[in-house]
Design a protein around this ligand. Structure first.
Ligand code: HXC
Length: 257
């Protein structure tokens, strides 16, 4: 598809979506949202894609929702168009996703990164929910996902003061899994994605679903869900292949079935 605000590339079983609105530091207007969601949904449906990487530029992953686009909107405009609800689709993908964040990930940019499964940060990354400084609040899940990621203390401070945090603080707080030097970030994110894409695709989907279930349910129900899915993986041919390959001391050849 001919996208104007993103670039989509494929390499083997990994896909890369690059936000490409440099003049606005990748501010997330409705066109960006629709293009990212459309591209990600198509990649999610493609059985040849085992992992999707989402990245921005060195300077900005995304500097937030587009302030110029939002300013004139009325309550009725926002409500009737269900503004930003399409972003939820990104959190519902079955294919694992990796956010590679360099530079600003503010407001909607931070929320977009948190919609991904694995969050890698460059040492230049800056995270925050500065909406309050504009007289608004997070609208793509930031108040919920940031709180689950870093806890109430930091989430409250970031959402109420608009202060940002650097990569070191974000990693210490548990928002990001790892910090990578800026010039190695994309290569590292693609390597992580290639590793994930090399696993059995249905099993990776099930692992992702099990981890995500922990955000939606009690511990007992979550463990029960995991147990049922754990039993179910014994219906996946790749379970036999993975265990046979281990015993035969050779790498597995998963068929993603
Ligand atoms: C629209 C934006 C933008 C944004 C930057 N730009 N962020 N346009 N929406 N969120 C534009 C600027 O207007 C400018 O365009 C160009 O990008 C470069 O930005 P500068 O500010 O000149 O760059 P710099 O001085 O390096 O500062 C970078 C920055 C700053 C610190 C990231 O741009 C900034 O504070 N941006 C806003 C961050 C923010 O508040 N995000 C939350 C948005 S609200 P021109 O045309 O002037 O050159 C949000 C709400 C979510 O996400 C849901 C709630 C409804």
């Amino acid at each position: 598809a001919p996208y104007e605000t993103i670039l989509v590339e494929r390499k083997g079983r990994t896909a890369l979506i690059t936000l490409n609105r440099p003049k606005a530091l990748n501010a997330l207007n409705l066109q960006v949202m629709n293009e990212v969601v459309e591209a990600a949904t198509a990649l999610d449906r493609d059985p040849e894609v085992g992992c999707i990487v989402l990245t921005g530029s060195q300077k900005a992953f995304a500097a937030g929702a587009d302030i110029k686009e939002m300013r004139p909107q009325s309550y009725m405009d926002m409500y009737l168009s269900d503004w930003f609800s399409a972003w939820d689709r990104l959190g519902e993908l079955r294919t694992p996703t990796v956010a590679a964040v360099s530079g600003y990930a503010l407001g909607g940019g931070c929320e977009l990164a948190m919609l991904c499964d694995i969050l890698l940060a460059s040492d230049t990354a800056v995270f925050g929910q500065p909406e309050i400084k504009l007289g608004v609040i997070p609208g793509i899940g930031g108040s919920q996902r940031l709180t689950r990621a870093v806890g109430k203390a930091k989430a409250m401070e970031l959402c109420l003061t608009g202060r940002t945090m650097d990569a070191v603080e974000a990693e210490r707080a548990g928002l990001v899994s790892r910090i990578v030097p800026a010039d190695e970030l994309l290569a590292e994110a693609l390597a992580v994605a290639e590793t994930v894409a090399g696993m059995s695709a249905p099993v990776a989907m099930m692992a992702k679903e099990a981890v995500n279930r922990s955000f939606e349910t009690t511990l007992a129900e979550g463990v029960r869900f995991e147990r049922r899915v754990f039993h179910a993986v014994f219906a996946v041919a790749d379970q036999k292949e993975g265990m046979t390959a281990f015993i035969d001391k050779r790498p597995p050849e998963f068929t993603h079935r």
